[in-house]
Design a protein around this ligand. Structure first.
Ligand SMILES: *[C@@H]1O[C@H](CO)[C@@H](O)[C@H](O)[C@H]1NC(C)=O
Ligand SMILES: *[C@@H]1O[C@H](CO)[C@@H](O)[C@H](O)[C@H]1NC(C)=O
Ligand SMILES: *[C@@H]1O[C@H](CO)[C@@H](O)[C@H](O)[C@H]1NC(C)=O
Ligand SMILES: *[C@@H]1O[C@H](CO)[C@@H](O)[C@H](O)[C@H]1NC(C)=O
Length: 460
């Protein structure tokens, strides 16, 4: 059976649009123009616009690498483009109902497993989930697939089993796409982690309970050339979506939601992954909207609405004295509402490595408790020992960030004594108190800072 051509065409259009506005927005933007040009010409930057600050960071090898990365195409999705024309009529559909999925509240795992195996081993296959409500135990959609393009179309709702004993074998994952290349997951449907039972049993909710892992609802592990588009992902047991050791990923039009008091329910988590673009998505959960942790490079998020939750976070990095590396992160276009943090970098004492070449720009804050924060003394239990080593934070640009802070301290740079933050630039950053007529403050420890345009509040 052939897929209607429409879906693949719309898929193609999604990819083209995803790339074009990115370059379009670069054109109107002096800072980015500068960054981009710098990749092509060694000394082509505008000294007048960004005098001494950039003199110093240009000499920094890593910043140059970042610039180079940014001027090449972020996504290597050519594989899809080439095939869209040629195979649109030959993608075979495998509908879970044809594999005896009941969609009546009983377990449909076996039907999904069989439909996946067929889709994955055909020339070009689509697993199709019709508009009904299905129930699944933990399930691994394993690759590599024989197909050059594997499609998963979710029109209905996939709900997780809430019998915790179903997760005995692997309590960290519910649905996993494992080593699949050239994968498209789409369809306007819903993935529901049914997380209530896990939240009730969390040690963060009931302090007397032992702390245990809970499953991530949807994990992409070692996937490459991946598009995840137009899905609702809700009520995850713990994290909602995790990209782990994956590369060349486009994430668009996601609606990620769970209650504000659900514990550890990060929206989108990126770990050890490269070339990830997240666009036009709404995330409101009980933890970070987006969290980017070690091993991640070249991650962009654009047009993100976030809240409730803990905001957009790089880290935590360096826990347990570990070495962490994150570089080339751009958050461009975000609206945060009522979150506990806005844009945050958090590292533990005793770690090593770096978080560098990070741009936060065009961001609106509404009643955010810590709108701008670098916290190098992060500690999520009672107290952490002060240590000499730390993850180095450097080359971070905050540009055009406006709005209100729920707390007095709107800007907080609490950097390591032994590894002060280097090359931090604030440009056109204006943050005010949400309530009352007190003024907002900046708290700045061990930070090497430059300012351009209008910046308020200032470091004392
Ligand atoms: C679901 O459908 C199967 C097969 O038709 C049937 O055996 C089972 O009793 C049904 N379960 C419920 C809860 O209706
Ligand atoms: C899949 O890729 C292989 C190798 O690149 C190619 O020979 C084959 O024709 C492709 N199949 C389809 C259905 O496009
Ligand atoms: C702002 O946030 C604070 C603390 O989170 C909350 O108490 C207050 O009601 C919020 N104000 C508005 C106008 O939402
Ligand atoms: C604002 O400040 C004025 C004068 O400094 C004071 O009279 C007034 O009570 C303050 N209002 C609030 C809501 O704090």
């Amino acid at each position: 059976m052939a897929l209607p051509g429409l879906h693949l065409y719309s898929f193609f259009i999604i990819i083209s649009f995803a790339i074009i506005p990115y370059y379009h927005c670069l054109q109107g933007d002096t800072l980015n123009e500068y960054l981009q040009e710098e990749g092509d010409e060694e000394f082509g930057y505008d000294f007048r616009a960004y005098p001494s600050y950039f003199n110093s960071i240009i000499e920094d090898g890593q910043f140059k690498d970042f610039i180079k990365l940014r001027s090449t195409n972020i996504l290597n999705l050519k594989v899809f483009d080439d095939q869209v024309g040629s195979i649109s009529t030959s993608v075979k559909k495998f509908i879970v109902d044809d594999f005896k999925a009941e969609a009546n509240g009983t377990d449909d795992t076996e039907a999904f497993q069989k439909a996946w195996e067929e889709a994955c081993s055909s020339e070009a296959g689509a697993l199709v989930v019709p508009e009904s409500r299905y129930r699944l135990k933990p399930l691994r959609f394993s690759g590599p697939c024989k197909s050059n393009l594997t499609v998963v179309q979710i029109f209905g709702t996939i709900e997780a089993s809430d019998d915790r004993s179903d997760y005995d074998e692997d309590e960290r994952h519910w649905l996993v796409f494992d080593r699949v290349q050239n994968l498209l997951v789409e369809g306007d449907g819903t993935i529901d982690g049914n997380g209530n039972i896990w939240w009730q049993n969390s040690c963060k909710v009931h302090k007397e309970l032992p702390c245990k892992e809970a499953p991530t609802a949807l994990t992409f592990y070692k996937c490459q050339n991946l598009v995840v588009d137009n899905l609702k992902i809700q009520n995850a047991q713990q994290m909602h979506v995790s990209f782990q050791s994956s590369s060349d990923v486009l994430v668009s039009n996601l609606m990620v939601t769970s209650p504000e008091d659900s514990p550890n329910t990060d929206g989108i988590h990126v770990t050890h992954s490269q070339n990830i673009q997240i666009i036009n998505s709404f995330i409101g959960t009980g933890d970070d909207c987006i969290s980017i942790v070690s091993g991640s490079q070249n991650v962009q998020a654009m047009d993100i609405s976030c809240g409730p939750g803990h905001g957009i976070s790089i880290g935590s990095l360096g826990s347990g004295n570990s070495e962490a590396h994150v570089s080339g992160v751009t958050i461009d276009g975000a609206k945060l509402t009522g979150t506990t943090n806005g844009v945050r970098i958090k590292t533990w004492q005793g770690g090593s490595g770096y978080a560098s070449n990070i741009i936060f720009q065009n961001i609106e804050m509404h009643n955010v408790s810590n709108p701008i924060i670098i916290d190098q003394y992060y500690c999520d239990h009672k107290s952490c020992k002060e240590k000499r080593s730390a993850v180095q934070v450097k080359n971070v640009v905050y540009k055009n960030i406006k709005g209100t802070s729920a707390s007095e301290v709107a800007i907080k740079f609490d950097c390591s004594k032994t590894y002060p933050c280097q090359g931090i630039l604030l440009e056109d950053v204006i943050l005010e108190r949400e309530a009352g007529n007190q003024t907002a403050k900046a708290l700045c420890n061990n930070v090497n800072l430059a300012e351009l345009g209008v910046v308020s509040p200032h470091c004392p």
